[in-house]
Ligand binder design. Sequence first.
Ligand code: ATP
Ligand code: MG
Length: 289
Amino acid sequence: MKDNEKFVCGADEQPDQIHSEYEETHSDERRDSCIFSEGIHSDIYDISWIGAGFMGRVYKVHDKIRDEDFVCKMYRKTSIPDIPFFVKADLRLNLMSLRHKNLCRVIDIKVGSRPRMLMDYLDGSDLEQYTTDKIFGISAGLDVIKQVLSGLQALHDRNIFYGDVTPRNIMISNGTVYLCDFSCSNYNDSEYGDRTEPLGRYRSPEKKTGNKIDFRSDIYEAGLLLDALTLRIMNCSLRYAAEKADGYSPLESHIFNIIRKAAMYRPEERYASAAEMMEDIEKAEELLP
Ligand SMILES: Nc1ncnc2c1ncn2[C@@H]1O[C@H](COP(=O)(O)OP(=O)(O)OP(=O)(O)O)[C@@H](O)[C@H]1O
Ligand SMILES: [Mg+2]
């Protein structure tokens, strides 16, 4: 059986009619049990809830026969028209054919009345806690950003921007970092109707204004992520940031300059590519004690 057929045998034969029954109206537990009992054969799959976001809900699916785990993201009906891969078949195929060590493998994307994306399950955690309460440390933070940039470059090489570089969309599993949610990805220079969390802080200025965006929007967001993983200066007032920067070590100053360049307001003033930003990160690593 081919990779992208794995999920089909249980999930695709009967579920359409139940979609509207649970969508938006039932509690999370009720939705779980609907999918479990009616949408996906319970003798083949165990399903457990992982989390939910602005656009949908994420489940871990354990294939009992093959002893394999997958992740299934079920999208809210209202999100569908705004999610590029649901309206662009070639983008779907492009994403499904991507293989890169820092991109979570997309196994299948189903359009229709139960739209969903099936991905590899990653045993680890997303970066949320490392950008809030936990401190990663500069060395680990730089390593994470390098891996993020490597994944972004692979997408950019296909003329696709990632579109949502946020800690919750990036998983770390056995030391490898994965970009994992391609719901905002689209071809360069596409219009961007802002689909991300309205209050999300990882949004480039051009996304906020609904302008056309390209890979430089990813660079901006990678700059904010670098800050959250290392210096955490972007939330400070300008005055405090300047005072703090005065006391920086050469390494911290170098990182500060990378963040500033990546997160310039005007896209043309940012790094021209993820690879270019990566070069500066590697120079910063040379300053590590
Ligand atoms: N491939 C995966 N393997 C394991 N866990 C995952 C995977 N993809 C996502 N998750 C987990 O599921 C959680 C919810 O993901 P989801 O993308 O729905 O949330 P979000 O990014 O906050 O919202 P949204 O993408 O809808 O704006 C993530 O924070 C992550 O912890
Ligand atoms: Mg997400």
